[in-house]
Design a protein around this ligand. Structure first.
Ligand SMILES: Cc1cc2nc3c(=O)[nH]c(=O)nc-3n(C[C@H](O)[C@H](O)[C@H](O)COP(=O)(O)OP(=O)(O)OC[C@H]3O[C@@H](n4cnc5c(N)ncnc54)[C@H](O)[C@@H]3O)c2cc1C
Length: 408
């Protein structure tokens, strides 16, 4: 590879430096496996894709001796997951009741988290990262994927790899090129994302606040330096919202979240906002000979519950636990790759069913309602019974399969 100090050949090539790819790369290098991480963007300051690190991820970082330094970064925390309805506040999950060193959800900006791990990775001999490297093709020989072709600084490069991992997110190029089918579900919502300055007239008490009005819904995340706001709308209704004009939009937000009434007027143009179509889905098969998909490339997660990052990290841990040994001993087979899907898919399938339920029963119900939306009965019951709030916290924090790093 002219012009770079990266090898032509590696044991593992990872496409995509999101949470799944970065953690997998770091763990492979820790296990003494040579790894090249190819990230398409030049830096990690990407479009907002969530910040929440649950106890499961923080415990993995603790195993790696990284939790304390990552938690030193400016961040916010929640101990309870609450939703504000027009006539009530419902607490769904109580993380503070969990028996763990990390009885909360930490909101750490992804770019800081990813940068930190990559900087640590660079200290390991087998770890290489190439930022701004866009994978365009998979190399194939005798029906086996043997590496990638990618564009870097305007030139095409090739990299041979014993194993290629597609950790390239919801629109995965690896998945498309390998012709792996994704079974999609289309939640009935789109999200309009925008940033606002922190209000100067009121102190934002909560790290995250979710508000449900009459046919409206908003999530506000306090990123300490600014607010990240998601306004949730029925799928396909963005055009109508725009036709109603910006002043109408400001009024809706002011009614829903009075604490940002003075700053919402900073949005002076629709171009200051990004519309994201929420899509979820799961690949039928997460692997082919020489290729494994992990994270959103294998299963696109909805933002509901703020768990996607954590499932991506758990996939990475499970993949390295399963594959590092066979790779080092040069005996990796397709059945090793199948074992990763077999281990992770049941837990992913359960959380995706839960997300779907919330989307259909709560989000869709709230958005369709012309009147003050009242929480469904099961939510009211959970919010009144501490044991159930604690169970739900455990479910969101750990899922049904808690991965731990092995052999480090
Ligand atoms: C709007 C939104 C909000 C969300 N909020 C939360 C939240 O609060 N908490 C939470 O836990 N989850 C949240 N999620 C889900 C979460 O973002 C994903 O589940 C998680 O990011 C998946 O991680 P990943 O590493 O698999 O993929 P990603 O984070 O998507 O990373 C994929 C990486 O691959 C790179 N890439 C793509 N194609 C190529 C290519 N061809 N070559 C090289 N690199 C490539 C991309 O640049 C990207 O860096 C949210 C999702 C959305 C859409």
């Amino acid at each position: 590879m002219s012009g770079t100090d990266y090898p032509d050949k590696t044991q593992v090539c990872i496409i995509g430096g999101g949470p799944a790819g970065v953690i997998a790369a770091y763990l492979f290098a820790l296990r003494g496996v040579s790894v090249v991480l190819l990230e398409g963007m030049k830096d990690f300051d990407r479009e907002f894709r969530g910040d929440s690190l649950h106890a499961s991820s923080l415990e993995i970082l603790e195993q790696l001796g990284l939790a304390d330094e990552i938690l030193e970064q400016t961040h916010s925390r929640i101990e309870k997951l609450s939703l504000t309805f027009p006539n009530s506040v419902i607490t769904m999950a109580d993380f503070s009741a969990m028996d763990t060193k990390y009885p909360y959800v930490a909101f750490i900006p992804q770019e800081k988290f990813l940068n930190h791990i990559v900087e640590k990775g660079k200290q390991l001999s087998g770890f290489k990262v190439l930022m701004g490297a866009q994978v365009r093709e998979l190399k194939e020989a005798n029906g086996k994927i043997t590496g990638v072709k990618f564009i870097y600084e305007g030139n095409e490069h090739e990299l041979d790899a014993g194993l290629t991992i597609g950790a390239d997110g919801r629109g995965s190029t690896a998945r498309r090129l390998a012709k792996i089918n994704l079974v999609k579900t289309s939640p009935p919502m789109d999200v309009i994302w925008f940033r606002l300055p922190l209000p100067t007239d009121t102190e934002m008490q909560e790290a995250v606040s979710g508000r449900i009005g009459s046919g409206t819904m908003i999530v506000i995340i306090n990123r300490k330096e600014y607010l990240q706001v998601g306004y949730i709308i029925m799928k396909g209704s963005y055009k109508k919202l725009r036709e109603q004009g910006l002043e109408h939009f400001h009024e809706v937000i002011k009614n829903l979240a009075p604490e940002i009434a003075n700053t919402i007027t900073e949005i002076k143009d629709w171009s200051q906002m990004a519309i994201l179509s929420v899509v979820t889905g799961r690949a039928e098969q997460w692997y082919k000979d020489g290729l494994l998909l992990i994270g959103d490339a294998a299963h696109i997660m909805s933002p509901v519950g703020g768990v996607g990052i954590n499932y991506a990290i758990q996939d990475a841990v499970a993949a390295v636990n399963q594959l590092a040994g066979p790779i080092k001993e040069d005996r990796l087979t397709i059945s090793d790759l199948a074992k990763v899907q077999k281990r992770r898919e049941p837990a992913v399938s359960i959380i995706q069913r839960f997300q779907l339920l919330i989307q259909q029963r709560v989000i869709s119900g709230a958005l369709k309602s012309d009147e003050a939306f009242s929480p469904p009965l099961p939510m009211k019951i959970i919010s009144r019974i501490p044991f159930l709030r604690k169970r739900l916290a455990y479910f969101l924090a750990y899922g049904t399969r808690h991965e731990k790093v092995q052999n480090i």
